[in-house]
Write a protein that binds this ligand. Structure first.
Ligand code: HEC
Ligand code: HEC
Length: 387
């Protein structure tokens, strides 16, 4: 499959600037800046067996799947059993490598449905986390009230970890339900600290105070080479804070260029912005001042949409069905080199046309996009590629 970050790949119809995708928010105070630097190291670090890697794992660092905080190159394969009612004894995630005395990886059984998911970008995800619940509920209600075919729904999820004693950003714990899922391609996790704990465990089999138990594995190993819980709470929170403190990727001001301004207008006219909502308002009480009480330009509604069979992956994830995906945040798109959940699209035009399945909520918008003139499509995509 195409790798997401192939430096030799043709840039495609995008404007690529020299600005980095992994810079912190400007003007952080010293304490946050230190946190960012330490979190950056935690995100880049390669875990070793002595630190608790294994028994089964996919990769050894966060950055291997989120290089420069953008998409890929690492990916995760999820699977559904060949027989719909069959159980997957070791869970739904393929874990191809073993360590810590294990010898049997977790591979898909014959005939299993496999869903490949390239690590999405993590930049701007701190802004996604800060968006007010009421904003997401408002957009979902507006889509329903409009009575059209675009009807995103909120993925309500339960908290599936131990409570985080560090309650600066939220105070969720076991038993909490009905939380708004924001993270993951099917919006199945509500917060960045829970995602961090889930990634440590799911991708590397690193246990933490939030997720203290090793995953079930074919060799029946219940603890790895590091006895007990592998990392301290702060490792979980550092990786989460790193993502929270990443700045919004810089972008070209559309007003500086006639084509971009035209492309922005077409983006709204055609209806891309119905799902890729240009801004959502953040919580006034968000602890990072630069992110609090702003219209965050994230280009997503954080809702699940039925994208039809063309993009379906055959997997149910909580209340998200096989055809459902969270609207991909388009902010920072200029840093990506392949598109969609599995990186199948090599160009923006291909990514947009893939929205047009006859069952897709985006089918009318895709038809409107296809009806544009070549010049109009070029301007629209130049705008998207400038984000
Ligand atoms: C083996 C590859 C891999 C590794 C290693 C990995 N991730 Fe990911 N990451 C993914 C994939 C794939 C997804 C999407 C998961 C899904 O929805 O099924 C994801 C999603 C995320 C998201 C949510 C992004 C969004 O758009 O909602 C965050 C945040 C994240 N990862 C952080 C981390 C952190 C922190 C680490 C290290 C502790 C890490 N990841 C390690 C592959 C990886
Ligand atoms: C019904 C809601 C909806 C509409 C309307 C819509 N999109 Fe999307 N878009 C999505 C979803 C959901 C995804 C993620 C699909 C996937 O990963 O398989 C996505 C993904 C994308 C991606 C890939 C982003 C990435 O990170 O890989 C691009 C580019 C994109 N959309 C552009 C557009 C443009 C341009 C339009 C208007 C012509 C548009 N979209 C209209 C819901 C929508």
């Amino acid at each position: 499959m195409a790798l997401a970050c192939d430096p030799t790949a043709a840039p495609g119809p995008m404007l690529v600037g020299p600005d980095p995708s992994d810079a912190p928010i400007a003007d952080l105070d010293d304490a946050w800046r230190e946190r960012f630097t330490a979190g950056d190291a935690a995100f880049e670090a390669n875990y070793r067996v002595a630190q608790g890697l294994g028994p089964v794992y996919i990769r050894t660092s966060c950055a291997s799947c989120h290089k420069d905080d953008a998409k890929g190159p690492g990916f995760v394969n999820k699977m559904a059993p060949a027989q719909p009612d069959a159980m997957l004894p070791w869970g739904d995630t393929v874990r191809p490598y073993t360590a810590a005395g294990a010898s049997t990886p977790i591979e898909p059984e014959q005939g299993a449905v496999v869903s490949t998911r390239v690590g999405p970008a993590v930049f701007a995800r701190g802004y996604l986390e800060a968006v007010q619940d009421a904003e997401i509920e408002r957009v979902a209600a507006e889509q329903a009230a409009a009575g059209g075919i675009i009807r995103g729904h909120i993925h309500r999820v339960a908290w599936r970890s131990q409570a985080n004693p560090d309650a600066r950003f939220h105070g969720y714990g076991p038993g909490d339900e009905g939380l708004i899922g924001r993270f993951g391609l099917k919006a199945s996790i509500p917060t960045l600290d829970e995602f961090s704990a889930a990634a440590l465990l799911g991708d590397m089999s690193i246990t933490s105070p939030l997720r203290p138990d090793e995953l079930p594995n074919p060799d029946g190993i219940t603890d790895d080479m590091r006895a007990g819980v592998d990392v301290e709470l702060d490792v979980v929170n550092l990786a989460a804070d790193y993502v929270r403190l990443l700045g919004l990727p810089a972008r070209i001001d559309p007003d500086s260029d006639e084509g971009l301004a035209h492309g922005q207008a077409l983006f709204d006219e055609v209806g891309c912005g119905d799902c890729h909502v240009p801004t959502l308002h953040t919580r006034p009480d968000w602890p990072i001042a630069a992110v609090a009480d702003i219209d965050a330009p994230i280009y997503t509604d954080l809702l699940l949409h039925d994208m039809g069979d063309a993009l379906a992956d055959g997997l149910q994830d909580g209340d998200a069905g096989p055809r459902d995906w969270r609207t991909a945040p388009l902010i920072g798109l200029r840093h990506l080199r392949s598109y969609l959940h599995d990186g199948r699209a090599a160009s923006l035009d291909e990514a947009v046309r893939a929205h047009g399945d006859p069952q897709s909520e985006a089918r009318e918008v895709t038809a409107a996009y296809e009806a544009l003139s070549d010049d109009e499509r070029e301007d629209l995509l130049a705008f998207v590629g400038s984000l």
